[in-house]
Design a protein around this ligand. Sequence first.
Ligand code: ADP
Length: 398
Amino acid sequence: MNGEAILVLNAGSSSIKFELFDVVGDAAETRLDGQMEGIGAAPRLIARDAQRKVLADRRWAGPDVADHAAALGVIMGGLERATEGRRIIAVGHRVVHGGPDLAAPVIVDHAVMARLRDLQSLAPLHQPHNVAGIEAAMRSLPGVPQIACFDTAFHRSHAWEADTFALPPEFYARGIRRYGFHGLSYEYIATLLAREEPALAAGRLVVAHLGNGSSLCAIRGGRSIDSTMGFTALDGVPMGTRSGQIDPGVVLHLMMAEGMDAASVQTLLYGNAGLKGMSGISQDVRDLEASDDPRAALALSHFAWRVRREIGALAAALGGIDALVFTAGIGENARALRGRICEGLGFLGIAIDPARNTANEPEISPPGAPTRVLVRATDEEAMIARHALVLLQCSRKT
Ligand code: ADP
């Protein structure tokens, strides 16, 4: 398939991230990436090549790039030059929610589109933007297959015990379940390890995807067994601005005893909690590590405590642990925090080699440790491009 390219889009509330991949034989190789942010407010487009050299950095007035369709129009204009005659053969989309049934990537047709719109009620903060991104891409690239890849899909292998809440069964039937998210990241790490070390990847892994959004996943034999995120991407460990797991009684108390309305609770739990809310300083671990404000230290301490607790819980779900894998912005970079998270996990065979950790080596446990501790960069866009390529090749054969 030489001379062909795959475009991957990740449409958020006010941004569209994009990455263009060259199709080289059976592989997708990154050519450039970037994002249009501040859609409708202070639009700014940044694009970089595979060596991270900035190819474009432009700003507009808000009304000039008013919505996702306009943003994609600008992106496509830039890509036309950058593709140098390569034909875009598919667009892969990151879609947050596939609901109970969509357990694998799909080519979007009218029926799938209707399904994705139905699922908007399960993820009202994200799904409508993902759908808007697909609609914009359909208009921009008519006739080009649009492929939806779901953050929930990798977790559809969960047993009912892990998937359900302790509610009457009709809630489960209505889709009130623990879906889990960051699935594309976990799938990327699982396939990466399966290539690097098949025996290890066939065992019991806890993967800690720690970024602005954070979760952990228990993987056995390459399949997701359980995850810290649940019905929404609010559950589990504390995040940059999200609270993570919170006693549901707190929500009831805030609303019933303190008179907060649903919108204010939502703003608190999604936007003003987590590292940012606890510290009152920043959601960024780098800022908190650089600060001498005691609230910064307390926020990091709580974060490490909760992540450590979840590692223990997921090791229990797996019946043991062969490797712990750190990934995403914090997992790949925050050496001191990784060390703190692993403190006291010796009972699971987990220890950190300080020199390896400081050097940010791919393996940060001591040589011969019973449980290996690894650091790997995740790449959700590459996972989407791969899915798109495989699906396209299958559809061409049939
Ligand atoms: P997203 O969930 O938006 O994809 P990332 O996975 O890129 O986020 O993670 C971003 C976060 O990673 C930052 O907010 C910061 O807390 C953390 N981070 C990135 N680089 C470093 C670093 N060198 N040291 C510590 N933390 C870092």
